[in-house]
Write a protein that binds this ligand. Structure first.
Ligand code: NDP
Ligand code: GDP
Length: 337
């Protein structure tokens, strides 16, 4: 029986990965941060809170990481912990860099000393492609990050590769494009839309206030993506893999899918900062735009090419972006009932 450690187990991906690995018979250990109230709601929602073994774990604390790695001696270590919100990374750039960049090095160096045979997964991101050098983006596409988050993740990516090349460690990076679910944090645009529109569908009147509606993302379902992470660590040789759907849509397109799933039909008016959407049936103002949600630098277009993952890992996403929007809208609508 295998043992794994998941940092960031209380997050969206951590919860789905924990469920997948429990189903596969793993003993699942996970790291959570010491905060005033333990945030285990996602593990609870998936019904696995009592099945995982939780350890206090903070990427900012090298000694804590060292001790935890020595204690657990996992076969596989998935580093999913991060300050993961791009928007916040301009407000807390030093913290973001410490956790997302140095945190990876702290883990790798502890593994090198205490558990060099442990297989390691690093949660890299399409945000590293930033002002994209080519379309679609693949493993060989150069990184041109556009946020402190993206910059910090480039360090995490390269230090993972460096430890693989320097010390022969089984260390892999998944360059994952945006993936969402009903467990997604409410600050991310997809969940922000599904929650706000579900409230409107339940009789509310507050419009959803967004930023750049023209940004294009390649959105998939988190449950599909954790399967890809696991497959990377089952390979004989470590490597880097893009996980994506190969379909890119605007924020506006995603909002249209959500509206449709909730029985609305959006009519769009105006352009830029004065754009808004009205539900044709109820006449309610559903979407507005505010400068508040624009970013100092934007990643305009992300579109991934997952053909290496398909070929080597046999991985492919099962849920389309429209099905994803429906799944998330339905979950929020039901939760509000
Ligand atoms: P979440 O924000 O849902 O989860 C992040 C996790 O990291 C949470 O458990 C959080 O704990 C934990 N964490 C934050 N700071 C620290 C710290 N200092 N020490 C220890 N733990 C910490 O993110 P996702 O699950 O969506 O993403 C998982 C990983 O994948 C992240 O690294 C993210 O950057 C990356 N990624 C995500 C993509 C996506 O679209 N979802 C795309 C590409 C990469 P707490 O609950 O206490 O905040
Ligand atoms: P990201 O790709 O990791 O930054 O994921 P987000 O869900 O935070 O943002 C996706 C895209 O939606 C970005 O281009 C944002 O600029 C855009 N966006 C537009 N309005 C909003 C908003 O109100 N909140 C967030 N989070 N993003 C928004």
């Amino acid at each position: 029986m295998k043992t794994c450690f998941i940092s960031g187990i209380t997050g969206q991906d951590g919860a789905y990965l924990a469920r997948l690995l429990l189903d596969k018979g793993y003993t699942v250990h996970g790291g959570f941060r010491r905060i005033s109230q333990a945030e285990t709601v996602r593990l609870d929602k998936l019904g696995i809170l009592s099945d995982v073994q939780l350890h206090e774990f903070d990427l900012a604390d090298a000694n804590n990481i060292f001790r935890t790695i020595g204690k657990v001696q996992a076969h596989e270590f998935y580093n999913l912990a991060a300050q993961s919100f791009v928007g916040a990374s301009w407000e807390v750039p030093v913290y973001t860099s410490d956790v997302n960049a140095m945190g990876v090095l702290r883990i790798l160096d502890s593994l090198r000393t205490l558990a060099p045979e442990t297989r390691f997964y690093q949660a890299s991101t399409s945000e590293m492609f930033g002002q994209v050098a080519e379309v679609p983006q693949r493993e060989s596409t150069p990184f041109l990050p556009r946020s402190p988050y993206g910059v910090s993740k480039v360090f995490g990516h390269f230090i993972t590769r460096n430890y693989r090349e320097s010390f022969g460690m089984h260390a892999s990076s998944g360059i994952l494009f945006n993936h969402e679910s009903p467990l997604r944090g409410t600050e991310f645009v997809t969940r922000k839309i599904t929650l706000a529109l579900a409230r409107l569908a339940r009789g509310g009147s507050e419009p959803c206030v967004l930023g750049n509606l023209d940004a294009k993302r390649d959105w998939g379902f988190a449950g599909d993506y954790v399967e890809g992470m696991w497959r990377m660590l089952q390979q004989d040789t470590p490597g880097d893999y893009v996980l994506a759907t190969g379909v890119s849509l605007t924020v506006r397109d995603f909002a249209n899918f959500v509206a449709e799933a909730l029985g609305m039909k959006l009519d769009w008016n105006g352009v830029g900062i004065v754009e808004y959407a009205i539900d044709r049936k109820s006449g309610k103002r559903v979407i507005e735009v505010s400068e508040r949600f624009f970013r100092p630098a934007e990643v305009d277009l992300l579109l991934g090419d997952p053909s290496k993952a398909a070929k080597v890992l046999g991985w492919k996403p099962r849920v389309s972006v429209q099905q994803l929007a429906e799944m998330m809208a339905r979950a929020d609508y039901e939760d509000l009932g």
